[in-house]
Design a protein around this ligand. Structure first.
Ligand code: PLP
Length: 424
């Protein structure tokens, strides 16, 4: 019967072999997916309650321009974020250009000349190196006289607690920086359990140390956030997880009131603080995106796990593997050959909703030593809560992929990309 051919995989040009691979993987992943659903339900409850407690209304969607002095929505958004992240205060602004800008704002707000910044997750994310002064910049913290040190993670991807404790006993540290997500490394994200344990150890040595967490890619992946387990301040991008795919730009910082006040001064200027800043009609996107975020993040994680499982079945190595506990939305797959990496990226691009007709090729990029190949067909430029992938053209030819607004679309894209890679 023709009726029996109404199959989504077939409709999309996915061959029986790869459709079966996806279906078999889903079968194997049932219990894992149940756990992801459970986390999403918990986070949705948390978000929904915060909206109700803060009495979000249509009036808060109102557009403001100019100084944005009477922007009631902006203040409500701050309060709602603060409740969800369990902090005294929050600063959610479209004036943050990206996630890097939020991290830089925190560091620049909290560190004065002769203060020490200590990172305990090794070398931080590439884009923050110039702010610290690891890579030269005339306005780096280093040039302002801020001291910097870093402690690497252990071989088995955990905090080096003896080394950290020893350092804190012998040096006065103002800010400890933790990067939750992997960045461009093969290490897995640090779980909230691990973050909780290290913060306890840090505070036992020196209760005044400010612990800040780069929370990029981590929001709503677990039931608890770093600020639920003792972090003083955290930050991230609105075109990643907490924007739910609807935010068009911006970033957030949540934390202790005195620290957030300093960040507001740093973002605007002394005297203006958090009291001004037009929202240009973005409040509805920020609120609706936040409302969607637990579900969007769930879709992204399930997609990542499905991709891991299918690729493992085909003999590739994955980080994390399909059954490992996750604390970010990033999936890494070792493809082992330049042709496979190129075909996989082209498959991802060709199955995007936007710019599907564009063929990505590897090219030089500022700040990177090797050529990079990128696939991104997103509604919001560069938004990585939307499905996309990239990888440096060097052994072991690793694909970093993340995002996925809907599970169905991302599953089809993954099947398509795998098929393109395997059939070439
Ligand atoms: C994305 C990301 C950032 C910030 O990047 P932007 O592109 O500036 O938003 C910082 N740290 C980590 C770990 C990230 O994944």
């Amino acid at each position: 019967m023709e009726f029996e051919n109404l199959d989504g995989y077939t409709m999309y040009g996915i061959k029986e072999k790869y459709a079966k691979l996806a279906k078999d993987s889903e079968e194997k992943l049932k219990l894992v997916f149940d756990e992801i659903d459970d986390i999403a339900l918990y986070n949705q409850a948390k978000v929904l309650k915060a909206f109700q407690n803060n009495r979000i209304s249509e009036v808060h969607f109102k557009k403001t321009t100019g100084y944005g002095i009477t922007d009631y929505g902006r203040e409500k958004i701050d309060d709602t974020y603060a409740e969800i992240f369990n902090t005294q205060k929050a600063l959610v602004r479209i004036q943050f250009v990206c996630g890097t800008h939020t991290i830089a704002t925190v560091l620049q707000a909290l560190l004065m000349p002769n203060d020490t910044l200590l990172t305990i997750t090794g070398r931080p994310y590439d884009t923050i190196l110039e702010t610290i002064g690891i890579v030269d910049n005339p306005l780096s913290l280093k040039n302002y006289g801020v001291k910097y040190d870093e402690i690497d993670l252990t071989e088995d991807n955990d905090f080096d607690i003896p080394k950290i404790v020893d350092y804190l006993k012998n040096n006065k540290v103002k800010v400890v920086h933790i990067q939750r997500s992997r960045g461009y490394s093969l290490r897995n994200a640090l779980t909230i359990d691990k973050i909780e344990k290290v913060i306890k150890e840090i505070k036992a040595v020196d209760k005044d140390v400010i612990v800040m967490v780069d929370n990029c890619y981590g929001e709503f992946v677990e039931k608890r956030e770093p600020t639920d387990v003792g972090a003083d301040i955290l930050c991230g991008s609105l075109i990643k997880n907490p924007g739910g795919g609807l935010c068009e730009t911006g970033g957030y910082i949540c934390g202790r009131e005195d620290l957030i006040n300093l960040c507001a001064i740093r973002l605007t200027c002394p005297g203006i603080n958090a009291e001004e800043g037009a929202t240009l009609g973005q409040n509805k996107n920020i609120l609706q995106g936040l409302f969607m975020a637990p579900s969007t993040v769930k879709n992204a994680i399930k997609s990542a796990i499905l991709a891991a499982s299918m690729m493992e079945e085909l003999g590739f190595e994955t980080f994390p593997n399909a059954f490992e506990k996750r604390s970010d939305i990033v999936q890494v797959i070792k493809l082992e050959s330049p042709e496979k990496l190129e075909k996989f990226m082209q498959g991802v691009q060709a199955s995007s909703p936007v710019d599907s007709h564009v063929v990505p090729v590897a090219s030089e990029m500022a700040g990177y030593e090797d050529k990079i190949i990128m696939a991104a067909g997103s509604f919001v430029e560069g938004a990585t809560i939307e499905f996309g992938a990239d990888g440096p053209m060097r052994p072991p030819y690793v694909a970093y992929m993340q995002g996925g607004l809907t599970y169905e679309a991302t599953k089809l894209s993954i099947c398509f990309a795998i098929q393109k890679m395997m059939e070439n």
